[in-house]
Design a protein around this ligand. Structure first.
Ligand code: GLA
Length: 394
């Protein structure tokens, strides 16, 4: 059709321009809609029963999933991560954390596989500390020292779990109230730990706690990783980088001596990526005391406090993990106490050094070491700690 009448011509042109304008607007509002959709994403969270405690209480399991296909299983007993799948360089998803198949095995004896650790991650010398002139006695459950919160730490209690979707992904929020005097620690402590799985294959772990009396807190997560997906094989072929210029030498009970020692020129130097196995058998007094690596590194803190603390690469599978935290220390434990007796998830047993832990935390024995950053928490304050593990391939 040819339009000859100028009035009609200009009217049609105007209409056409308006139409394009509307389309543009529509596009904008569509992208707004997409943003809104992302903000209220509904990644699936499955809630099932993992097992029953001896008194019949049910232990729940939450399976967090993301769009990429990653899955993380968290149970309400100990806040334990029982399974975590990650893709290798060919896109094959495999479990990358040590653990067990069922609750009974966790109850039978668990070297803190995947667990939340509290009130105090790591060791306190002689199970004693003093706060405002009062001395508190804790269980000595690791030789003469206190370890990981005592006989029944946060790894062995039942948490209340609530599944939540938030703008970052699928979450489970775990809460627990530790009563005043529990395991010898002062103050009633209300703790909340949130695990969030994002679509970027990150597991973001946020810890919060408040107290009604002055106390001490140092929470962490005790997952044993094996990025090969072969959970019974040694992790010596993983390349580790720790963003730390110094570490804390220990005594025979693995209590820091108080010295901050430069890592340069020692087997503790992971400033550049290095195989875990490269120097683990070196003739070194500190390695002998730990039976391998079982030490706290003093992290080079980034300017925004929440910064990259460590990376691990498993060249064969291509899996690559980054660890970000706002904590000043990183306990790198090379699974030295695993001795081939514990049953593995997919058959076989966990060999010595078949998993490594990267436990973000304040320094061990801080309550007894004035020069270490404080672990004190007072009423009215909120303890806030954050660690993010990001998986990719390279
Ligand atoms: C921590 C400790 C180790 C060991 C493990 C659990 O990482 O530093 O010495 O106790 O937990 O076996």
């Amino acid at each position: 059709m040819r339009i000859t009448n100028p009035t009609i011509f200009y009217s049609v042109l105007l209409l056409a321009l308006l139409h394009v304008g509307c389309k543009e607007n529509k596009k904008e509002s569509q992208s707004e809609m997409e943003t809104v959709k992302t903000d209220s994403k509904q990644n699936p969270i499955e809630e099932t029963v993992f097992g029953e405690m001896p008194d019949g209480t049910k232990v729940k399991k939450f399976t967090l999933k993301n769009e990429a296909g990653m899955e993380v299983d968290v149970i309400t007993y100990g806040g334990i991560i029982t399974r975590w799948t990650a893709p290798d360089k060919n896109g094959l998803y495999e479990d990358i954390v040590l653990g067990y198949d069922n609750l009974e095995q966790y109850l039978d004896g668990n070297p803190y596989f995947g667990a939340l650790i509290g009130r105090y991650g790591n060791r306190i010398a002689d199970g004693k500390f003093t706060l405002d002139g009062n001395t508190y006695n804790l269980a000595t459950n690791d030789g003469d020292n206190h370890l990981h919160g005592g006989e029944k730490g946060f790894d062995k209690v039942l948490w209340t779990g609530v599944a939540k979707n938030n703008e970052d992904g699928a979450s489970v929020e775990l809460t627990y109230t530790s009563q005043d005097g529990e395991e010898g620690y002062p103050g009633k402590l209300d703790v909340k730990v949130t695990y969030t799985l994002t679509d970027d294959n990150e597991l973001d772990i946020q810890y919060q706690a408040v107290t009604d009396k002055p106390t001490i807190v140092n929470l962490t997560q005790h997952s044993y990783f094996n990025l090969s997906g072969r959970l019974t094989e040694k992790v010596l072929d993983h390349e580790l980088h720790l963003n730390a210029d110094s570490f804390l030498p220990v005594d025979g009970g693995l209590i820091p001596t108080g010295e901050l020692r430069q890592v340069s020129g020692t087997p503790f130097d992971f400033k550049e990526p290095k195989l875990i196995g490269a120097e683990i058998e070196a003739d070194n007094e500190q390695l002998k005391l730990g039976l391998g690596y079982d030490h706290c590194w003093v992290l080079n803190q980034g300017e925004d406090d929440f910064s990259l603390a460590a990376t691990v690469h498993h060249p064969k599978s291509g899996r690559f993990m980054e660890v970000y935290t706002n904590e000043p220390g990183m306990q790198f434990y090379s699974g030295n106490f695993l001795d081939g007796t514990l049953p593995a998830k997919n058959g076989g047993t966990y060999a010595q050094r078949s998993g490594f832990c990267l436990e973000t935390q304040h320094f061990p024995d801080s309550p007894n070491q004035n020069d270490f950053p404080s672990v004190r928490l007072d009423p009215g304050e909120t303890y806030a700690s954050r660690t993010l593990y990001k998986l990719s391939t390279k």
